[in-house]
Write a protein that binds this ligand. Structure first.
Ligand code: NAD
Length: 243
């Protein structure tokens, strides 16, 4: 299995979960060779590999995917997890900054998964699984990070389209859409009063742990999950349900 953006956060938890069930894992990173190598060494079992690429770069995404297929003898599961979340309120940033963030966010969060997916599908047989890590921002709005919300809405649509396109090949495609998860990506958001407000959105009074997202990904990538193809799993601890 290949998980992108695996050196930390949700991707790291996903790599650990797959290795714990006996899978060989390709730990992908962009610029964190030490963290990725440390994780590879920590994973239970043998045969795990570390691969590097900027997923937004089509040539790098292709080379990386081929390396994984060669090392693992194919790609049975792809988890498109790598992503960025940039603060760019429309009333505060310059036009140039606005342009740059939109381009980078769509490149990394949407074109990146599209690049990796096109290549991975060519190394996948029947029973292959693709799981995309999207976000609640796709359907709830991200006022200070509109490019992020748009990129994740695009990812949801891509997943649904490919679920139809790849079903005849026996490949299932599903999406998880978590709200806030305790990782470095959102450390700043979870501080102080803002953090308290975010935590109390859930009646559990907390945000998600990376392992809870990994557990859902594990199911969606399992042989039993063909019938979950095309779904978008809203993992939000009963948040947003109060009237
Ligand atoms: P994170 O910042 O810890 O991890 C993101 C990973 O993506 C990093 O390892 C980073 O190196 C990698 N990455 C970024 N740009 C890349 C590129 N161009 N090429 C290759 N790799 C790149 O954050 P996380 O919280 O673990 O996020 C993982 C995924 O979960 C992301 O897609 C994110 O949007 C999504 N998500 C996170 C939250 C949250 O609250 N943390 C909520 C919903 C969805």
């Amino acid at each position: 299995m290949l998980v992108t953006g695996a050196s930390r956060g949700i991707g790291r938890a996903i790599a650990l979960a797959f290795a714990a069930q006996g899978d060989r894992v390709a730990v992908h990173h962009r610029n964190s060779p030490d963290l990725a190598e440390r994780l590879r060494a920590e994973l239970p079992g043998d045969g795990h590999v570390v691969v590097r690429a900027d997923v937004a770069d089509p040539a790098q995404a292709r080379r990386m995917t081929e390396e994984v297929a060669t090392a693992l003898g194919g790609i049975d599961v792809l988890v498109n997890n790598a992503g960025i979340f940039v603060h760019h309120p429309i009333t505060e940033v310059t036009y140039e900054e606005w342009q740059a963030v939109w381009r980078e966010t769509l490149d990394v969060n949407l074109i990146g998964p599209a690049n990796v997916t096109w290549n991975a599908v060519r190394h996948m047989g029947r029973g292959g699984r693709i799981v995309n890590v999207s976000s609640r921002g796709a359907f709830r709005g991200e006022p200070d990070s509109p490019a992020y919300g748009a990129s994740k809405a695009g990812m949801n649509a891509m997943g649904q389209s490919l679920a139809i396109a790849l079903a005849p090949l026996g490949i299932a495609v599903a999406t998880v859409a978590p709200g806030f998860v305790e990782t470095d990506m959102v450390t700043e958001h979870l501080k102080g009063e803002r953090g308290d407000a975010i935590r109390t959105q859930s009646p559990f009074g907390r945000v998600a742990r990376p392992e809870e997202i990994a557990a859902a990904v594990l199911y969606l990538a399992s042989p039993a999950a063909e019938w979950a193809s095309g779904t978008i799993v809203d993992l939000n601890g009963a948040s947003y349900l109060r009237s």
